[in-house]
Design a protein around this ligand. Structure first.
Ligand code: SF4
Length: 243
């Protein structure tokens, strides 16, 4: 099997250890050790980080930058993001010295066909997430053999049981923050003096797209402000296999 390298050339796909083997080996590893292991297993050309540049994203990006700031970072710009998130992306690129952040947008033809009035988020949020997040991510991850993301078990719901390494269909998925606590994340922010997301100070504990994000009330779960009033809790990029 071969894969298309970012430059467009064909590069041989690495022979990967089994998911179970990797997960057992990294079960108690620190986030930095997990990122370094992912890099060693697949190589920089085949590894991507996926980040929303949300309220906690800087912690994972700091860990990644300490291992290798040239690891590609995929950012899904859905067309519905807050200006503050776009500005925060640029701040973190400069602060952490990230050299390969790729902002991925949905295809114009898909938006014109499936969401001409930009109201799909209201009538069918699953379909909206599919065309604005899941499909663009599948395209962006085509050249890669593995990806890293920032989910934590303490976030609860379907995230409560995530392993450190899992099978995502066509590729490996590393969850270096599976084991971390809220305090661990606060400590990474404090130690590195990382800037906060600009909306955090005004009560947004988790930030996604504008129409589907609201402030969390005192004592509410940090993701309570996402898709408020609906049964939906995930956009789909972590609940389906990305082929
Ligand atoms: S989070 Fe909301 S606006 Fe963003 S892609 Fe999903 S449904 Fe659409």
């Amino acid at each position: 099997m071969s894969a298309i390298a970012p430059g467009g050339s064909l590069s041989p796909a690495p022979v990967l250890p089994s998911v179970g083997e990797l997960d057992r080996a990294l079960r108690d590893a620190s986030p930095g050790e997990v990122v370094a292991a992912a890099l060693k297993v697949v190589g920089r050309e085949q590894l991507a980080v996926v980040s929303s540049f949300g309220t906690e994203s800087a912690a994972l990006l700091k860990v990644v930058a300490d291992v290798d700031p040239a690891i590609p970072v995929v950012f899904l710009d859905t067309g519905w993001l807050f200006e503050e998130t776009l500005a925060y992306r640029d701040t973190l690129i400069a602060t952490l010295g990230l050299t390969d952040v790729r902002s991925i947008t949905p295809l114009e033809e898909t938006l014109t066909r499936e969401d001409p009035d930009r109201d799909l988020w209201f009538s069918n949020p699953d379909a909206c997430c599919r065309i604005r997040k899941v499909e663009p991510l599948a395209r962006a991850l085509k050249p890669f053999a593995a990806w890293i993301n920032g989910r934590k078990r303490f976030q609860g719901g379907v995230r409560a049981e995530i392993p450190v390494v899992e099978d995502d269909g066509a590729r490996l998925k590393f969850n270096p923050f599976a084991n971390v606590s809220r305090d661990d994340i606060k400590a990474i922010f404090a130690r590195a003096k990382l800037p906060q997301h600009p909306l955090q100070a005004s009560g947004f504990l988790s930030v996604g797209c504008m129409p589907c994000t609201s402030r969390a009330a005192e004592g509410e779960d940090e993701r309570a402000g996402r898709w408020r009033g609906r049964a939906k809790t995930e956009c789909g990029i972590h609940t389906m296999k990305i082929s």
